[in-house]
Design a binder for this molecule. Structure first.
Ligand code: C5P
Length: 218
């Protein structure tokens, strides 16, 4: 049988990556942050002024590009871009690129191959619906837009960015709309997913709730 997969989806700031990383550690699984892969591609294409539309420039750029993972670090070719893809600039452009078929297809094998290496906790927008439809456990995290913007804002300020919580709220809502309204792999709750609203829960509370749902005694 194929290794154990936990698929976690949800909008920006719902707590996915924090929860997924901790859950992976608890159950001895690897953690796959698929948002980082889309961010890396968007960072690359934006840096080369390739417009977010299908066509020859996109096709050529994708053909030249190798995205890979070494543990939890993301590489473009030989370059570690992990720390350069979490900027307001990438936040504002990533969804336009992530809506394109050739971009999504280019990442499918890399994502699926991670589940063949051993147990995996993967987070993103289409883990339970498209990438790992056979996942053993599916989880959909949500939270109010204001709370999600607050979390994201704190993260950005900690990184030294100067912007207001309102600006982040605007971006978060805009990004969710593009991710939910797109034709390909839109953000959706997978069938059979556990739905958890994290608005008023601490990280520990979400984790213990999930362990309860998964009947894990940790
Ligand atoms: O999870 P994160 O906020 O880093 O994701 C950045 C963007 O990448 C999302 O807003 C979405 O446009 C795209 N994405 C996606 N499918 C995934 C993960 C991320 O389209 N599985």
């Amino acid at each position: 049988p194929s290794p154990f997969v936990v698929a976690i989806d949800g909008p920006a700031g719902s707590g996915k990556s924090t929860i997924a990383r901790l859950l992976a550690r608890k159950i001895g699984a690897s953690y796959l942050d698929t948002g980082a892969l889309y961010r890396a591609i968007a960072f690359y294409l934006d840096g080369r002024s390739v417009p977010p539309e299908e066509g020859e420039p996109l096709r050529c750029a994708l053909a030249e590009l190798t995205v890979s993972l070494r543990g939890e670090r993301v590489f473009l070719g030989d370059e570690d871009v992990t720390d350069r893809i979490r900027t307001p600039r990438v936040d504002s452009i990533v969804s336009r690129y992530a809506a394109l078929g050739p971009v999504r297809e280019s990442l499918l094998d890399l994502q699926r191959s991670q589940s063949r290496l051993g147990p995996l906790v993967a987070d993103g927008r289409d883990m339970g619906t498209v990438v790992f439809p056979e996942a053993d456990v599916k989880i959909f995290l949500s939270a109010s837009p204001e709370e999600r913007a607050r979390r994201r804002w704190r993260e950005l300020v900690d990184r030294g960015e100067t912007l207001t919580c309102e600006e982040v709220l605007f971006q978060v809502i805009r990004r969710d709309r593009i991710d939910s309204d797109r034709t390909l792999a839109p953000l959706r709750e997978a069938e059979g997913a556990f739905l958890v609203d994290t608005t008023d829960l601490s990280v520990e509370e979400v984790l213990s709730h999930l362990c309860g749902l998964m009947k894990l005694d940790l």
